[in-house]
Design a protein around this ligand. Structure first.
Ligand code: R5P
Length: 414
């Protein structure tokens, strides 16, 4: 009955029945409305067409649903209510007197995260109505009044990154034209952040260019999550906050991986500070790998520095892109006598055949976040811990003029 209602509301979605659908049908009227809202925000208003095989997560106040798109139908595959994916709580709710002055929106790839963040804050997510002209140009209408309001745009910049960036510039400009009070861009994964220096002659510094473009478009403040290198904040002349994923990852790691033989590993010299921080917090020893690249995404050599024999090695990295770094590091650790290798990274870029590479690798489990929403089935080996409560807490602190930098050492139970 309730599933029928969903189909009526969204005739373009022919909800197929499968063994998991009853979980959806059991929802109460209020819960169903949340699913409808999340669906509306995640799918129906998107400018990009839904593709076969797309995988998504719908966060609702009631639970988290995974869906996969098959032949113009959406199969709800899993209803997940694990501890690593906390339910919205009152902890991050905006005080009633501020609920009208704060607005949360999301771009296409930040849709499900944006909905979860808004749900944590106890406000509805705003609606951006994108249309695409025949020649590919975008038009946008903001469906909510944002005059003089604090506007937060939860924006992903994952693949197709260049398209999404243009969508972002257009959205920021639309906020500006609509007299938003202040525009804060929340970019959990900051695309192009690795291109932050000139290593050879005639190379661009694209991370800096992007910072300038976002400012010119009208962003007043940027909130990132573990931007590739801390010094990139220097590219911005507007306030820039860099949240730490350790706030949500450490509780999971402590619960699932802490053992007497645990050792934290940095897969390259750039990640030493991060991995050492995790080692200290998990009271585990630390080792590193020396990595030499011949060109982007191509690793030449890797050397393990430290005694890893008999250890459960936890590799900590900021991102997994092609999977080359993690998989090769795991292989080197095993060759050096490691008992078991697990990994943790902030941003699951997972481009190319990274998921297949991971499956074939020595890595038993990879823990990551939803800073990038996964578009393909990830399987059991990859565990996703949501950053929604962390982002909501950061927004709450900004809206109530409290410190955001103090969040750095705070864990998810905030
Ligand atoms: C490198 O500096 C980063 O921290 C990551 O290790 C790297 O970007 C991962 O890329 P891939 O998965 O393609 O090796």
């Amino acid at each position: 009955m309730q599933a029928d209602k969903l189909v009526n509301r969204f005739p373009e979605l022919n909800l197929a029945t499968n063994s998991r659908l009853p979980a959806l049908c059991n929802l109460s009227k209020a819960e169903l409305e949340e699913v409808e809202l999340a669906l509306e925000n995640s799918i129906v208003n998107s400018a990009t067409k839904i593709n076969l095989g797309d995988l998504g997560i719908i966060h609702t106040g009631r639970g988290i649903f995974e869906y996969v798109v098959q032949k113009e139908a959406i199969l709800f595959r899993t209803e997940r209510r694990s501890e690593s994916l906390p339910q919205p709580s009152d902890k991050h709710k905006l005080p009633p007197e501020l609920q009208d002055s704060v607005a949360v929106f999301s771009n296409l790839s930040g849709k499900s995260l944006g909905a979860a963040v808004a749900s944590e804050l106890g406000i509805p997510v705003g609606t951006l109505d994108f249309k695409q002209f025949k020649d590919g140009e975008l038009s946008l209408a903001i469906k909510n009044n944002i005059r003089d309001r604090e506007v937060f745009l939860v924006a992903g910049t994952s693949s197709p990154v260049n398209e999404q960036l243009l969508e972002l510039f257009i959205t920021i400009d639309a906020f500006k034209q609509a007299s938003a009070g202040r525009i804060t861009l929340v970019m959990p994964y900051f695309g192009y952040a690795r291109q932050d220096k000139k290593l050879k002659g005639r190379e661009p510094i694209t991370a800096k260019l992007l910072a300038k473009l976002l400012e010119s478009a009208g962003a007043d403040r940027v909130v990132a999550l573990e931007i590739h290198s801390d010094q990139s904040r220097g590219f911005f002349d507007i306030p820039f906050e860099n949240l730490r994923a350790s706030s949500v990852l450490l509780p999971y790691l402590r619960k699932h991986f802490v053992s007497d033989d645990l050792m934290v590993i940095s897969p390259d010299s750039g990640g030493v500070k991060r991995a050492q921080y995790y080692a200290t917090k998990l009271a585990a020893p630390f080792a590193m790998i020396y990595k030499n690249r011949s060109e982007a995404n191509q690793i030449e050599t890797m050397t393990v520095l430290g005694e890893v024999r008999g250890k459960t090695c936890l590799i900590v990295d900021d991102m997994i892109d092609t999977g080359g770094t993690l998989c090769k590091a795991a292989q080197k650790l095993k060759e050096a006598g490691a008992l078991k290798v697990v990994a943790c990274c902030v941003h699951p870029v997972l481009s190319d055949d990274a998921i297949e590479k991971l499956r074939a690798s020595e890595i038993e489990e990879l823990v990551t976040t939803d800073s990038i929403s996964l578009r393909r089935s990830k399987g059991e080996q990859i565990k996703v811990v949501t950053i929604a409560p962390l982002i909501a807490e950061a927004i709450l602190r900004m809206a109530t003029r409290r410190s955001v930098s103090e969040l750095e050492n705070v864990e998810v139970d905030i």
